[in-house]
Design a binder for this molecule. Structure first.
Ligand SMILES: NC(=O)c1ccc[n+]([C@@H]2O[C@H](COP(=O)([O-])OP(=O)(O)OC[C@H]3O[C@@H](n4cnc5c(N)ncnc54)[C@H](O)[C@@H]3O)[C@@H](O)[C@H]2O)c1
Length: 340
């Protein structure tokens, strides 16, 4: 899809319908929107999300959580009619690449059909803007060192294929009905509230778990493979900007840092947080592993004024601090006092 954007200012006091609000990225996005003065109605069926993720916004006058299924078109229609959002951010989906590969029907329902339900209800209810959570997986195993939006999209699995199908559907809605559909291709997102079982959390959550327990980590290959890891706080900001920009042209944008970090360097940062942790061990490289993946975020910068501002060191320090706090809260010293 050809990408052509303006560089707009943002609007104030927008009403945003946020699907997948109780999830990892959704809950951070809800916070970003509300604390920037927007109103949010969250829709989630709590299949992988948790009400507790929304602890900072539940009870806020600008936030409401509705429990329900995004595949239920009548239900989505009634929310659109009652809430009259200016924009929809559509994050609800099947995140597991493994499940998407094994259960293709579920992948189709959640990662394609749900997009159709959202786009069609947006069209019927004159909601001009839809922001969609796409993924760098649409590029497949491209060998480009710095991936930009004009690189070929050749997904190598069912998850990436479904994300690309959704992007194309939304492009059709944009060209046919004058809607603004913005597909954000997130790279490797990390941060607190990420489900440690998610294949996306991969190396960072495994390192966090091992280093915090002073257990050794195993690095596959020589550790010089690189990835573009982006903090969930930056991703949430990109979502906010895409939903609240005065105007945007439809298309796809990378949401990435443009900075690659090797797995060895990642391990070194963790070692600086957990002094005395054992050195990493090394094992054979995994077959088929992509060696380098780094995004070029120039279009998102031009179109949305989005530039990531959380460095990997700060983002990981933040993650370690949240983990330490959660551990501390579980200990006796932090139990609330019982007054006799
Ligand atoms: N986490 C990443 O690194 C990453 C990378 C690229 C793209 N994405 C995409 O971003 C989106 C959000 O991902 P996440 O990591 O926050 O995942 P998540 O599982 O934490 O969030 C998804 C949310 O959607 C909800 N949901 C699922 N099916 C639903 C349905 N039928 N009706 C209503 N709600 C439903 C879940 O309960 C959950 O709260 C997904 O679409 C995912 O594919 C994530």
């Amino acid at each position: 899809m050809k990408t052509s954007f303006n560089n707009p200012g943002t609007t104030q006091g927008r009403r945003v319908l946020l699907t997948g609000a109780a999830g990892f990225i959704g809950s951070h996005t809800a916070e970003q929107l509300i604390f920037s003065g927007h109103e949010v109605i969250g829709l989630d069926n709590l299949s992988t999300g948790h009400r507790s993720n929304l602890a900072n916004v539940i009870g806020h006058e600008s936030f409401e959580l509705i429990i329900g299924d995004v595949l239920d078109s009548e239900f989505v229609d009634s929310i659109c009619k009652n809430f009259r959002p200016d924009a929809i951010i559509h994050l609800a989906g099947l995140v597991s690449v493994v499940v998407a590969q094994e259960d293709t029907a579920k992948n189709f329902q959640l990662n394609v059909q749900a997009t159709q339900v959202i786009a069609e209800n947006a069209r019927k209810n004159h909601i001009k803007r839809v922001v969609f959570s796409s993924s760098a997986s649409v590029y497949g195993d491209t060998t480009e060192y710095l991936i930009n939006e004009s690189c070929p999209t050749r997904p190598i699995g069912m998850y990436g294929a479904a994300k690309l199908a959704s992007e194309n559907l939304l492009a059709g809605y944009a060209s046919s009905y004058g809607m603004e559909t913005v597909c954000l291709r997130y790279f490797n997102v990390y941060g607190d509230r990420q489900d440690p079982k998610s294949p996306y959390s991969g190396v960072i959550s495994i390192f966090l778990d091992r280093f915090s327990n002073h257990s050794p980590v195993t690095i596959f290959g020589d550790g010089e493979q690189t990835r573009d890891f982006i903090s969930v706080r930056d991703v949430a900001r990109a979502n906010r900007l895409a939903a609240t920009a005065e105007s945007v042209k439809s298309g796809s944008l990378n949401v990435c840092t443009g900075k690659c970090i090797s797995i060895n360097d990642l391990a070194e940062i963790f070692q600086s947080f957990y002094r005395g942790a054992p050195d990493p061990g090394y094992a054979d490289q995994r077959p088929g592993e992509i060696l380098h993946s780094c995004g070029n975020g120039g279009f998102a910068s031009m179109a949305l004024g989005f530039d990531p501002n959380v460095s990997i060191r700060d983002g990981l320090a933040d993650l370690v601090a949240v983990q330490d706090l959660e551990e501390a809260l579980k200990t006796e010293a932090f139990q609330p006092a019982v007054i006799a």
